[in-house]
Design a protein around this ligand. Structure first.
Ligand code: ADP
Ligand code: MG
Length: 259
């Protein structure tokens, strides 16, 4: 896919969220350029997940705007936002634990393919063809995520690392243009982390932009083109991984502290 690197896929402008008296996100300006992997880091409680919730329509901002591909999506509902290509994963797994890998991904594809409930109950020739295409697409995604050998495995029986890969596969079924990942390698061992990083790089190679929240600094620094740092809801720094690693404010607020 051809990408214009200077185009912004996502633009947050003056984004603010107040919970009761608590200002969780304050006047945040943030851009994700088309085709880049952007990181969002900061201490626990800094507001990172709230930024994801505001961007994906789960929460409405108190102030500010969310622009996706130049379009104001601030007041759209999560399903409309996802349809436009802004797709997220959640901090915890959101799989159907009793379904197989294939069924989980198929479900994601079906939601996207808009096959009516009645068509599923009374399959017509046309919708059967549509279903074959969806099956094929689900297999492509499972192969892409490196999960071919596990396609018949029940989600709950997968190792943690594979459950998280499946979470990304389900998100890919929704055809993202921007994929937002909340702590994709949390709880993983070193090998699982490397596998997830490789998948995220391959996602980007498909022309999909990525915004990732992650605490693991080796992963963040190895993965991201640029990083923004949040502290108490405010952006305190932004730059390349090496700029962020050498930023005094960041070291003081976050990197210097063992979590
Ligand atoms: N739905 C909510 N209602 C009230 N307070 C919330 C809610 N969500 C988050 N917060 C608060 O907002 C702040 C930022 O939280 P969060 O965005 O989860 O931080 P992070 O993901 O960076 O750890 C925290 O103080 C948290 O307690
Ligand atoms: Mg969080």
């Amino acid at each position: 896919m051809k990408t214009d690197k200077n185009k912004k896929i996502l633009e947050l402008a003056g984004l603010t969220k107040v919970f009761g008296g608590l200002v969780a996100v304050q006047g945040l300006d943030l851009e994700v350029k088309t085709g880049e992997i952007m990181g969002l880091i900061g201490p626990n409680g800094a507001g990172k997940t709230t930024v994801f919730n505001l961007t994906s329509g789960v929460l409405m901002p108190t102030e500010g705007k969310v622009l996706f591909n130049g379009e104001d999506i601030t007041h759209l509902k999560p399903d409309r936002i996802a349809q436009k290509g802004l797709v997220r994963t959640f901090q915890a797994n959101t799989l159907f634990p009793e379904f197989t890998v294939m069924e989980n991904v198929l479900l994601g594809c079906h939601l996207q393919a808009d096959i009516g409930f009645f068509e599923d109950l009374f399959p017509l020739a046309s919708s059967r063809k549509k279903r074959d295409r969806v099956d094929e697409k689900a297999m492509d995604i499972i192969n892409f995520a490196g999960m071919h050998d596990y396609r018949r495995e029940t989600a709950k029986n997968l190792a943690h690392g594979y459950q998280r890969l499946l979470g990304v596969a389900i998100a890919l079924a929704a055809k993202p243009r921007l994929l937002m990942l909340d702590e994709p390698v949390s709880g993983m061992n070193a090998e699982e982390k490397t596998t997830m990083m490789e998948l995220i790089f391959r996602v980007r190679e498909q022309g999909i932009s990525v915004l990732v929240v992650e605490h693991d600094m080796r992963v963040v620094m190895g993965l991201c083109d640029r990083i923004a740092v949040l502290n108490f809801g405010r952006k305190i720094a932004q730059g390349t991984p090496s700029e962020i690693q050498n930023n005094k404010d960041v070291i003081e607020a976050y990197l210097g502290v063992d979590e």
